[in-house]
Write a protein that binds this ligand. Structure first.
Ligand code: NAP
Length: 356
């Protein structure tokens, strides 16, 4: 590569904004330059909401004992220290909602954008320079933070324009985890037995619907969930064949409960999807999967060391996928599920509100 095309590629990725350590990509970098105005090849977004990744939000909420003032201060501290909302404990980010304030012409052409458009990032917050003027409110029940701030997008960063036919709050929630249903739809095959851990969460419910569409009436969907409220939502959705209340951090109990619910008839799945928001669920996931089956670890609370060494210690040649949040559909699969399943829309409205 010539030095000018190398420079162009570095700008395309955003490496020029990395302060520490110099030369790394923006996502793994510790600190970014979050100066709130766009340099050439950049796009500036006026940010109104952060939808913080569930693993990150849960960790911050627990650490601050659900005190929203402390949580707000902690979020401010992370953004001040790092120039981005990148939780140093979980390593994860989330998505933002905002409007286009300054637009790079090439980026605008690629994404059909104009100044003033409302967008949702499909790039993790852990990649995007962010500065926050203030935090207005934290909604504990939906991992949402109302803010006033500015973010920078580089040419490499995917985003989605808000569709006109769905409420904003539902779109933001679905796009945060859109990679899960899209990837599951690509991985599942007709006739399979598929288990979803954390099935009553945002990604879980979308995944259950994507699976039902892909498997049709063939195949079996086993939904595992911990919380009572989320279990009732799974029941109301009518897409899972077997529903089990279990704590996936206790692998042996979880297996026993699933075995019992399946009447001892083949409790292990061809494909298992992990969409929980807490650590220590790798063993249950592996043990609930056939030795030659597949796993999608979408959860950001997954330890890939534990998963890999766990499978090795149990002599399982199971194929393990990392849940990459990006799919080329740019959220279309997830948003279509909201249109196709009115009950899913009702549950999301109850959880996230119906702001337009
Ligand atoms: P969510 O709505 O919080 O759903 C997680 C679900 O798991 C909740 O219903 C939760 O129940 C349940 N759960 C918690 N502990 C459990 C346990 N021990 N056993 C069984 N179920 C348990 O989270 P989400 O927004 O769907 O996100 C799911 C995961 O995807 C998170 O880890 C998030 O970080 C990750 N994520 C990954 C990507 C990616 O690119 N790979 C992108 C976005 C999000 P409670 O309601 O009781 O907590």
């Amino acid at each position: 590569m010539s030095s000018s095309s190398e420079q162009d590629f570095a700008r395309y990725l955003g490496i020029h904004r990395v302060i520490e350590p110099r030369g790394t990509l923006p996502q793994p970098a510790w600190k970014l330059d979050n100066t709130p105005s766009a340099y050439p090849t950049e796009t500036l977004i006026y940010v109104q909401k952060l939808h913080i990744d569930s693993a990150s939000f849960t960790q911050i909420a627990r650490m601050c004992e659900l005190d929203t003032e402390r949580m707000g201060q902690h979020i401010m501290d992370i953004v001040t220290q790092r120039g981005k909302m990148h939780n140093p404990v979980t390593g994860s980010g989330g998505v933002l909602l905002g409007t286009v304030e300054q637009l790079d012409a090439d980026f605008g052409r690629e994404h059909h954008l104009t100044i003033g458009d409302t967008i949702v990032s499909l790039t993790s917050l852990s990649w995007l320079p962010l500065s926050l003027q203030r935090i207005h409110k934290i909604h504990l029940e939906r991992a949402e933070v109302e803010v006033e701030g500015k973010a920078i997008f580089f040419r490499s960063n995917p985003l989605a324009k808000l569709p006109g036919d769905l409420p904003q709050a539902l779109v933001v929630a679905a796009l945060d985890v859109a990679g899960a249903p899209a990837r599951v739809a690509a991985l599942a095959q007709a006739g399979q037995k598929v288990t979803v851990l954390g099935a009553g969460g945002t990604a879980g419910l979308l995944t259950l619907c994507a699976l039902r569409q892909k498997l049709g009436s063939n195949g079996v969907i086993i939904a595992i969930e911990y919380s009572e409220r989320a279990l009732q939502d799974i029941v109301d959705l009518h897409v899972a064949d077997v529903i089990v209340q279990a704590d996936a951090t206790h692998p042996l109990d979880t297996i026993e409960q699933v075995r019992h619910a399946c009447f001892n008839d083949g409790y292990q799945a061809d494909l298992t999807i992990n969409v929980v928001n807490v650590p220590d669920t790798e063993f249950a996931t592996i043990l609930l999967t056939k030795p030659d089956g597949r796993i999608l670890f979408f959860s950001m609370a997954t330890s890939f060391t534990t998963a890999a060494l766990g499978a090795e210690g149990m002599a399982r040649q199971v194929e393990m996928h990392i849940g990459n949040g990006y799919m080329p559909d740019c959220g279309a699969v997830a948003l279509q599920l909201l249109r196709d399943y009115p009950t899913l829309r009702t549950i999301f409205t109850k959880r996230f509100g119906a702001s337009i």
